[in-house]
Write a protein that binds this ligand. Structure first.
Ligand code: SAH
Ligand code: SF4
Ligand code: F3S
Length: 436
């Protein structure tokens, strides 16, 4: 038995990929460990979305080098692999800069890990795999062995949109959808293993077009799986928010009234410079249509402040859009230059203190909206899907349709079940309630 530690950075797709890598290595005798101490293999599954992410990886490699040396002193060996988007974007540089790294593997090449490990064991040196054979990857990955109540399922990968700030089209490659049958098979398998909620993943999940099926059609087929209670999907692009998907939020009972729909900015000038290909008004119209179809739908979003050329008036337009929509929660970031992306070369970069002030103002507004949204649930009775034990004995944690965690006194046999919960109060980050 060998110990494997996978450390995951970045988005949910990386979390999904980490689990698949562990599945893939299990037949080689690798069992997952909680930390790197004494591990026979460590995989850093990296994210390249913001500057500091890559630096964090290099400092993590520095720490692991010490453990690797200790292991070698004891006559053992610790294999160190860097996977994910940093591996894809700067594989060669990692090999040059961090000799402690044995394997570098990009997101579309995970299925090659066993072969790479074997080759490394035979020949030593560094092995790098960072091309985009997207079609092979899913076919070659093994079935999952275990799942939580809520399970990620990648249905689409890659992006052809090329927003001018973003590295994803370069690290994940072109848009590619999995065949519906493959998704349905994996979904049934996950439900057999105990999953009750599926979160369909894709960098542009609503651009899904596997076998000519839309995402709405895929969700309709998934909803027929017995035992599956809830379907969610993330991340969506406004321009792919099709009529049938909006209608599915009305007609598909298992599709949750919750949508992560990044807008990035409320200013048309900034949106244009970002190459988002939609205006603020388009976004508001989509929100109106969603709310007409499903009045209780909760919306969340991503925002970038301080994009090159963003003036006070542009930022004010973002605040106005936030006030107009009212978000349940949202992520907001300072623009960060990514090498190789068009926006990084723009000369109109915004000063750091201006970015910080804007981020603070935006987060204050979004924070108030989140509290209002959460407080709005107090006194309501909501269906809650119980996922795991809470910190206190006798307590379970579940989620509302709007993804809010709720702590409830309930027997552990209710894990995996949906039950009506009356929401009673809110603490900093979660709701508390009791079974009805
Ligand atoms: N595919 C998704 C999001 C991918 S990245 C979409 O189209 O919205 C997740 C989020 O990171 C983005 O929505 C964006 O808000 C943020 N992000 C991406 N690149 C960034 C950069 N260079 N600087 C700051 N934030 C960035
Ligand atoms: Fe990045 Fe834009 Fe593609 Fe989203 S749509 S992954 S932000 S390029
Ligand atoms: Fe990061 Fe790659 Fe995901 S850059 S956000 S891990 S797609």
């Amino acid at each position: 038995m060998k110990k494997l530690f996978v450390k995951t950075y970045g988005c949910q797709m990386n979390a999904y990929d980490s689990a698949r890598m562990a599945d893939l290595l299990a037949p080689l005798g690798y069992v997952q460990a909680d930390g790197p101490d004494g591990a026979d293999m460590v995989i850093l599954n990296t994210c390249h979305i913001r500057e500091k992410a890559a630096e964090k990886v290099y400092s993590e490699i520095g720490r692991l080098r010490v453990l690797k040396a200790q292991k070698a002193e004891g006559g053992g060996r610790m294999l160190l692999a860097v996977a994910g988007c940093v591996a894809q974007a700067e594989g060669e540089e990692i090999v040059a800069r961090a000799p402690a790294v044995d394997l570098v593997v990009g997101p579309q090449s995970y299925h090659r890990l066993p072969e790479m490990i074997a080759r490394f064991s035979r020949e030593g040196g560094h092995t790098l795999a960072a091309d985009f054979p997207a079609l092979e990857k899913f076919d070659a990955l093994l079935e999952t062995k275990e799942t939580g109540i809520s399970a990620f399922l990648t249905v689409q990968e890659g992006c052809d949109k090329f927003c001018t700030f973003c590295v994803v089209p370069y690290t994940r490659g072109p848009e590619h959808s999995r065949a519906p049958q493959a998704v349905l098979d994996e979904a049934r398998h996950l439900v057999d293993l105990g999953a009750r909620e599926l979160v369909l993943l894709g960098q542009n999940v609503n651009a899904y077009n596997g076998g000519g099926w839309s995402l709405a059609k895929l969700c309709e087929a998934l909803a027929k799986i017995d035992g599956l209670q809830r379907i969610r999907y993330t991340t969506s692009h406004p321009n792919d928010m099709s009529d049938d998907l909006i209608t599915a939020h009305r007609d598909n009972d298992k599709l949750m009234p919750y949508l992560h729909l990044p807008v990035q900015s409320g200013s048309d000038a900034t949106l244009e410079a970002m190459n988002r290909k939609h205006r603020a008004a388009d976004y508001l119209r989509i929100v109106d249509r969603l709310r007409a179809a499903r009045p209780d739908i909760a919306l969340t979003s991503d925002f970038i402040v301080g994009f090159p050329g963003e003036r006070d008036a542009d930022f004010e337009a973002t605040l106005q859009l936030v006030r107009d929509v009212g978000f349940a929660t949202a992520f907001s970031f300072k623009y960060s230059k990514r090498p190789g992306t068009p926006a990084a070369a723009l000369r109109s970069q915004v000063a750091e203190d201006v970015k910080s002030a804007r981020l603070e103002a935006l987060q204050a507004l979004l924070g108030r909206q989140q509290h209002d949204f959460d407080d709005g649930q107090i006194g309501r009775t909501l269906p809650v899907l119980f996922e795991k034990p809470g910190r206190k004995t006798g307590q379970l944690v579940g989620r509302t349709p709007y993804l809010q965690p709720v702590h409830v006194e309930a027997p552990s046999a209710m894990i995996g079940q949906l039950a009506s919960v009356r929401v009673e109060r809110r603490t900093a980050n979660s709701l508390h309630g009791s079974l009805v």
